[in-house]
Design a binder for this molecule. Sequence first.
Ligand SMILES: C[S@@+](CC[C@H](N)C(=O)[O-])C[C@H]1O[C@@H](n2cnc3c(N)ncnc32)[C@H](O)[C@@H]1O
Length: 214
Amino acid sequence: MGTNERFPGLRAEYEAGGRAEHYSGGRWSGTAHARRTDRREQGIVAAWLDRCGALDRVLDVPCGAGRFAPLLASRARRVLAVDAARAMLLHGDDADRAQASAHALPFRPACFDLVLCSRLLHHFSEPEQRRAVLGELARVSARWLIASHFDRASLQAWRSRLRRRADGRHAITVAEFRREAEACGWIERDRAWIARGVSEQTWVLLELSEPKTR
Ligand SMILES: C[S@@+](CC[C@H](N)C(=O)[O-])C[C@H]1O[C@@H](n2cnc3c(N)ncnc32)[C@H](O)[C@@H]1O
């Protein structure tokens, strides 16, 4: 079983007491803002899943407490949910779950039609760390990736820079992301924001420049 040896601190953050409970409880329903953000993100992902056509196998990594499980189950024949933190996995109710790091997935190449990578990449400060994940996702995906990252050109990112943010979250430019994704074989097909210019989180639909057969 793969773990998160490269980033034990990050994994520990999500194993820590209360964090998984927060994610499976109020994180996405506790405030009007959280509910709006979740609704908007589910809408973005749903529209792109529909655009990708028939999906047999989908990988959700990191799955967290299973926020996207119902949506993915409604669009794919089989969904596998993976997270580095055991505590998070204990909160999901989907059957197929595994503990592993997105940097070293225990799957053969081109195993999935589509991979969803929600709210992970902003945890990595260095391009090599993000490329390691984007490269591993390119290895296990046959064609599609839906991912999110923090956009530097946003009010939230600007405010965080002013306050010298120390929460381990990192915003990058859209151009930086594109370069890193392209280096791993991904082409950006579409992009969406929760609130462009305001919110940090931006979502991207990517396709392999050379799709593979499963
Ligand atoms: C912000 S949460 C996002 C969860 C879920 N994708 C969502 O949008 O609700 C980040 C998740 O990443 C997981 N994580 C941290 N490092 C990881 C790694 N290297 N590989 C896989 N999962 C990781 C954490 O355990 C946590 O569940």
